[in-house]
Design a protein around this ligand. Structure first.
Ligand SMILES: Nc1ncnc2c1ncn2[C@@H]1O[C@H](COP(=O)(O)OP(=O)(O)OP(=O)(O)O)[C@@H](O)[C@H]1O
Length: 287
């Protein structure tokens, strides 16, 4: 390797690289562990769960999370039963929203921190989108753009979908809308070192990647983010988290990622459409 030292950081309990329409083998093959260089990597381990430690938690939650990640908390059908050592099971999606976004009608009176420290996470973009629509309806004001295009309201959190101006404005950066113009969104950055800085987001040419033919549209590269997909939540830390399990986690590591975004089980609310039992898929070959 020409004497250059590379440092890789990762957690194989978490989701694998996303391979569009990929099989289990495709995901596993894209993982660093499948690379020929893996045998030459010196492994170092970080064993303290800092999220839980900072919340003053004991060893119960970290141990439970590791069991979920390693698949040792499962019963024989690959399902696990969720109890208060992990989080609190709520009765429906409305309850999930009203606990995580308590008093959302008053958003304009809440601090910037209030929005920054909470999120609902969901296995699929479409279910996250449904929750965003429900929460947006609770906010005062009208959507500035025609609803079939993009529903946005002042005060709502948004996530950038493109690298606009690294390092401040990257794919995944969260912001809060301050004002909406026809061709720009004024927003305050919620995440990372530039938090609290004001940014102006323009419409940019975007080419949809999920269609069999390609065309360009001038669009705002943003998505409302009261609720986000689990893959977008990976790497993030929140104080209050709602996990929407109306649909099951369908790939390796998704359940572990969703349950490990906060350090306090009393701040983790979970809605499971099948009671308190949910699927936990683990690919043992990447552990
Ligand atoms: N040594 C530390 N001292 C204080 N806080 C820390 C330390 N390490 C991590 N944290 C805090 O713990 C939280 C998780 O840290 P970080 O995101 O770096 O961990 P991670 O292993 O990448 O997590 P994950 O992969 O699960 O997303 C963050 O809020 C971070 O600020």
């Amino acid at each position: 390797m020409g004497g250059i030292t590379f440092v890789f950081a990762g957690d194989f309990l978490q989701t694998l690289p996303v391979m569009p329409k990929g099989t289990r083998d495709d995901g596993v093959n894209a993982c660093l562990k499948s690379s020929p260089i893996w045998n030459y990597v010196e492994k170092l381990y970080l064993r303290t769960n800092m999220r839980v430690y900072l919340c003053g938690g004991d060893d119960i939650l970290p141990a439970q999370l590791l069991k979920i990640g390693n698949g040792t908390l499962e019963n024989e059908n690959g399902y696990i039963s969720v109890n208060h050592t992990i989080g609190w099971v709520v009765n429906n999606v409305e309850e999930l929203i009203s606990i995580v976004y308590h008093d959302i009608f008053n958003l304009s009176n809440k601090s910037y921190q209030w929005l920054y420290e909470r999120a609902i996470i969901s296995p699929r973009n479409v279910t996250a989108g449904e929750i965003n629509d429900i929460v947006l309806l609770k906010l005062n004001g009208h959507s500035r753009f025609p609803p079939h295009k993009l529903k946005l309201k002042i005060g709502a959190p948004i996530t950038l979908l493109r690298n606009l101006q690294p390092p401040n404005l990257c794919n995944g950066t969260r912001l809060q809308i301050k004002s909406l113009q026809n061709n720009t969104i004024e927003a305050v950055i919620l995440t990372g070192p530039p938090k609290r800085e004001i940014a102006f987001i323009p419409r940019i040419p975007m080419i949809p990647s999920d269609l069999p033919f390609s065309f360009k549209r001038l669009q705002f590269p943003v998505k409302v983010s009261f609720a986000i997909a689990i893959n977008k939540a990976q790497g993030q830390t929140f104080k209050y988290v709602g996990v929407d399990l109306r649909t099951e986690c369908f790939l390796h590591g998704k359940l572990y990622v969703s349950f490990s975004r906060t350090g306090d089980p009393n701040h983790l609310m979970i809605f499971i459409s099948t009671g308190n039992i949910t699927k936990n898929i683990i690919y043992s070959e990447v552990l």
